[in-house]
Design a protein around this ligand. Structure first.
Ligand SMILES: C[S@@+](CC[C@H](N)C(=O)[O-])C[C@H]1O[C@@H](n2cnc3c(N)ncnc32)[C@H](O)[C@@H]1O
Length: 233
């Protein structure tokens, strides 16, 4: 699949994901937990932009959780796969008060541009890369790059194909977080036939992760399900 085909595939898949609501947490609890923490005005602005323009972003409650991880791990060097419009990127930057270097990749140029504007407006800078993440991952591995933290929020059916590479890019005690691993709860329940492939590949990804040596893993049922992998090698 070329970059344009992949983008079209991804865009059509994401069309229905714009609601930005959890489907694994009951709505009243999601609303309560999403609104519980004060957050920077610009994050609220991005939430509003996402909802008005039907753009998928990390669920606010999941973003707060990502911030807690950032504050406790204090990663200096972060790789993000799936910049979107920069909501998760800025959430990490605010949590770390900008004391980190983020490389963030997306193959959607319009979104990269919007993310760049929001990041600039917030007064931060990020190494934003417009490319297919598989190209960038390959390049980073060839360069011997490693990261304290990697946040992955791209096409869920592709996680299984990048998993080992992501782990190879982690420093010792580095942490990788994959979003949407419970995929609306379908990973643990019956699912509509059209998601058969995605669910099959997500399950395959999770079963690989479960048996992979040298890592500690947890699935946190927040947002759409977040998988945390800590590298012990
Ligand atoms: C759910 S959105 C990311 C939301 C973002 N993390 C946020 O909170 O604002 C997923 C993004 O991943 C990008 N993406 C999906 N597959 C990709 C790939 N193989 N390479 C680069 N970007 C990809 C899409 O273009 C999309 O913008």
């Amino acid at each position: 699949m070329g970059i344009r085909d992949k983008k079209n595939h991804e865009t059509s898949y994401l069309k229905e994901r714009w609601q930005n609501r959890s489907e694994i947490v009951p709505p009243n609890i999601e609303d309560f937990t999403s609104q519980f923490n004060a957050r920077e005005q610009i994050l609220k602005e991005i939430e509003q932009y996402a909802s008005e323009n039907k753009v998928p972003i990390l669920l606010p409650s999941a973003a707060r959780f990502l911030q807690i991880i950032c504050r406790s791990k204090k990663p200096e060097n972060i790789l993000e796969i799936g910049t979107g419009i920069g909501y998760s990127t800025l959430s990490m930057l605010f949590a770390l008060k900008g004391r980190c270097h983020i490389t963030s990749v997306d193959f959607n140029i319009e979104r990269i541009k919007i993310a760049g504007k929001f990041i600039k407006k917030a007064g931060f800078s990020v190494n934003l890369i417009f490319d297919d993440s598989f190209n960038i991952i390959r390049k980073l591995l060839a360069e011997g790059a490693t990261f304290d933290m990697i946040f992955v929020d791209s096409v869920k059916s592709e996680y299984v194909f990048m998993n080992y590479k992501i782990q190879a890019l982690l420093k010792h005690s580095g942490i990788a977080i994959f979003d949407n691993v419970l995929f609306r709860g379908y990973v643990c329940n019956e699912h509509p036939p059209r998601y058969k492939r995605t669910i099959k590949l997500l399950k395959k990804f999770l079963s690989h992760v479960k048996t992979y040596p040298g890592i500690i893993t947890s699935i946190i049922p927040i947002g759409d399900g977040m998988l945390i992998i800590e590298n012990q090698d």
